[in-house]
Write a protein that binds this ligand. Structure first.
Ligand code: AOF
Ligand code: ZN
Length: 420
């Protein structure tokens, strides 16, 4: 009975300290990218003697920060860390070394680190050095800290969050296009937090032309995201808010180029509004996306085009030419490019056409859908995802409900996307 009691109390203690480590990890939210959020707590004789978290990419890891806070020896102590300690030389030296140097006796780990440079090697190295290592402790809770990191480190492309606010009947605007506001103050404040949390924010050129948005974070002390505009034909106005503030907020405009074969291309393209093929001949055939690509030859040698690029660059915009897919920026390629720029996550804020392309191309990992307690009605009133949509329910993009949150009377539905 005595032993059972002790075991239970040890487990309860472990939980308390891991919870503290999780709380610490969260303090790095929005600042650690492309690194994970990690917290660490060092405990001796049931007392916390050191704690820390990963504050910013390039700076010390959680374990080393916890060690730096020590005011006494950690020999024989337990360290609780929300992620497997690293064992590689990255921007900073391996945490396993620091743990061994301190002669810490036990390491309790939450999440596993899928970084190929770590991936179990950190835990093994500690074990081989004689340290007691416990893995997967409160793993699910710890894993919830870092879906972005887990995706980015394994795919090298950003974790994309599709976010929209709609009425209870699925409208993002009224028939006249008015959309201010769908949700209330508290929900809109949460969107501001999302902009801090994710590294990039992306919209289509249609949204820029219609709303002239800033796409920044309007909470002092918070980070603003890198702004990414999908603008295949480079239509962004030089006097738009985005361009005017590009020196202040990093801004990437992705374009495809002018189609040298424009007439032929428009003819053979399926109209995204009506779903009709613009050319009956091709309508009969199954026009694969590859074929569409071959049909379209893009060039940006046009003088007018070059001038626009120069002017945008002068204003501080980073203009990036990408391959096209059916006349639009190939989103998979764009994600690869953003990944190379260490953009580990993207908040996708519409519009409906870009949302559709994003879902279709399989780049979306998560959906954050706000639902406001009101009904707009109207056939002409837009919904979050445009295009043709699927033909049968079986073809739907499948989601897995993760969490339901409430902001006053608005709901926030958090879904993971089940990409094949
Ligand atoms: C930890 N504790 O607090 C963090 C870890 O370039 P570096 O040196 O910052 O290393 C980044 C990698 O280290 C990152 O990809 C992930 O595998 C791990 N992050 N590990 O033990 C931490 N932030
Ligand atoms: Zn480390």
């Amino acid at each position: 009975i005595e032993i059972t009691y002790q075991q239970q109390s040890q487990e309860a203690q472990d939980q308390t300290f891991m919870e503290r480590a999780i709380e610490l990890a969260k303090q790095g939210e929005g600042w650690t990218s492309p690194n994970p959020m990690v917290g660490a707590v060092i405990v001796k004789d049931g007392r916390i003697i050191g704690e820390g978290y990963h504050e910013r990419c390039g700076e010390l890891h959680a374990e080393r920060n916890a060690i730096a806070s020590l005011r006494e020896s950690a020999e024989g102590a337990t360290i609780y860390v929300t992620l497997e300690p690293c064992c590689h030389q990255g921007r900073t030296p391996p945490c396993t070394e620091a743990i061994l140097e301190q002669k810490i006796g036990r390491v309790v780990i939450g999440s596993r680190d899928p970084n190929p440079k770590v991936a179990g090697k950190g835990a093994r190295l500690l074990r081989e050095a004689g340290v007691i290592v416990e893995e997967d402790f409160m793993r699910e809770v710890c894993d919830r800290l870092n879906p972005v990191f887990f995706h980015y480190i394994t795919t090298k492309t950003p974790y994309v969050v599709l976010k929209y606010a709609m009425t209870a009947d699925g409208k993002i605007a009224t028939r006249t296009g008015a959309s201010k506001w769908i949700t209330g103050e508290a929900a809109r404040q949460e969107v501001q937090h999302m902009r801090h949390r994710y590294t990039g924010i992306m919209v289509g050129i249609g949204t820029v032309l219609a709303d002239d948005p800033m796409l920044n974070t309007r909470i002092s002390g918070k980070r603003s995201p890198v702004r990414i505009i999908c603008d295949s034909r480079l239509r962004i106005p030089l006097d738009s808010q985005i361009v005017k503030t590009a020196k202040e907020y990093l801004t990437i405009v992705a374009y495809v180029g002018k189609c040298s074969n424009d007439e032929k291309t428009t003819k053979s393209r399926r109209c995204s509004e009506t779903g009709k093929w613009m050319n009956d001949e091709i309508c009969q055939k199954d026009l694969s996306e590859d074929l569409e690509d071959k049909r379209e030859v893009y060039s940006d040698t046009d003088n007018e085009f070059q001038k626009k690029i120069q002017e945008l660059e002068k204003q501080g915009v980073r203009v990036v030419k990408l391959p096209g897919k059916a006349g639009k920026v190939d989103l998979k390629k764009l994600m690869e490019y953003l990944g190379e720029q260490e953009i580990d996550s993207v908040l996708l804020e519409g519009g409906g056409a870009l949302n559709e392309s994003a879902l279709k191309s399989g780049i979306v990992q998560h959906v954050s859908a706000f639902v406001a307690p009101k009904i707009f009605g109207g056939e002409e009133a837009k919904s979050p995802v445009r295009g043709l949509g699927v033909e049968v329910p079986d073809e739907a993009v499948k989601l897995k409900l993760q969490e339901v949150r409430k902001f006053d009377e608005d709901l926030l539905l958090e879904y993971e996307v089940e990409n094949e």
